[in-house]
Design a binder for this molecule. Structure first.
Ligand SMILES: [Mn+2]
Length: 314
């Protein structure tokens, strides 16, 4: 997709909304706020719609003050960031009603639901996809925008550790340092600091960690009851799936997290298992090394099915 067409649509739209996927992670928050700030530079006040988010993302200063309720109108343009499909977005109805939809994403499973799609499957973060769009828009990134972009890049690359991290990522980040962003502070806040409830939740998951297939599969879970017990806040389960993934010999880490009576499944692989295939089988999606889906199977059934599917690919 050529950026030019997308740029014209942005410039010619008045009522614009920015939306992202439910349970927004750092890349969802970073992409939405970076897009919001870029539009501001174009003298466009977009409705930034984010239903809920973890406090750690307040490292993006403008976040809380910029969020709006969706208006009951037909938007000229809805920009959807970091979302593989409409069903993952809380505000699916405003997307469906909109005159134009720009879908900006990096999931290989993205089903190109937009009127215009800028989808770079395999790119380490939606924020990285945005950087090249912003360059073509001819608007210089400032410190505030760079902070948003870094939140996305740091979280989605897991601190530059994921396989998807590439030369471009590091060059983009190096360039942002010239703008005075505090890389170490952002890194600490979004990736290295645990809230107390997050720590307690992780302890529960650590204690339940089991290994299968000669230690190649790691499995753990947390329930609604666990979350109540530690008074967990939104986002407190983030990062738990990486505990299993970082143990020597593990190829795939499986983490189940109960929410609203269903299980949200996170899968992470280290080198050769394409977990996006498994995500797709269960109507979810993702990337080669990271994918997820939601299931209404019970814990034991889900666990067995997942171990079976992963084992086929070992
Ligand atoms: Mn992402």
């Amino acid at each position: 997709m050529q950026h030019k067409e997308v740029i014209d649509i942005i410039k010619n739209s008045t009522n614009i909304a920015i939306v992202t996927h439910e349970s927004p992670d750092g890349d969802a928050i970073g992409s939405s706020t970076a897009m919001y700030l870029i539009l501001k530079k174009l003298n466009k006040e977009a409705d930034l719609i984010i239903k809920e988010y973890s406090n750690v993302f307040n490292v993006v200063n403008i976040l809380s003050e910029s969020i709006r309720e969706p208006r009951n109108i037909k938007y000229d343009l809805v920009i959807v960031v970091d979302s593989a499909k409409i069903e993952r977005v809380n505000e699916a109805d405003i997307i469906k009603k909109a005159k134009n939809v720009i879908n900006i994403d990096h999931h290989i499973s993205n089903n190109l639901f937009g009127t215009y799609n800028i989808v770079e499957g395999g790119s380490p973060a939606c924020c990285q996809v945005l950087i090249s769009l912003f360059k073509d828009l001819g608007i210089a990134i400032d410190k505030e925008i760079a902070t948003s972009l870094l939140v996305g890049i740091i979280t989605d690359t897991n601190g530059f550790r994921n396989q998807s991290t590439n030369k471009e990522t590091l060059i983009d980040v190096a360039n942002m340092l010239d703008l005075g962003v505090n890389l170490s502070e952002i890194y600490m806040k979004v990736l290295s600091t645990n809230t107390l409830s997050q720590f307690e939740l992780k302890k529960i998951a650590d204690n339940r960690l089991e290994f299968f297939k000669n230690g190649k599969i790691a499995f753990t879970y947390i329930t609604e009851e666990d979350k109540r017990r530690v008074n967990a806040q939104i986002g407190d389960h983030e990062g738990i799936v990486d505990v299993g993934r970082c143990i020597e010999g593990v190829e795939v880490s499986i983490f189940l997290h109960e929410k609203d009576g269903m299980y949200k499944v996170s899968l992470r692989s280290n080198s050769y298992v394409n977990v996006s295939e498994i995500g797709l089988m269960f109507n979810g999606g993702g990337h080669f090394y990271a994918s997820g889906f939601v299931s209404n199977l019970d814990l034991l059934d889900l666990k067995n099915k997942l171990i079976e599917e992963v084992a086929k690919r070992l």
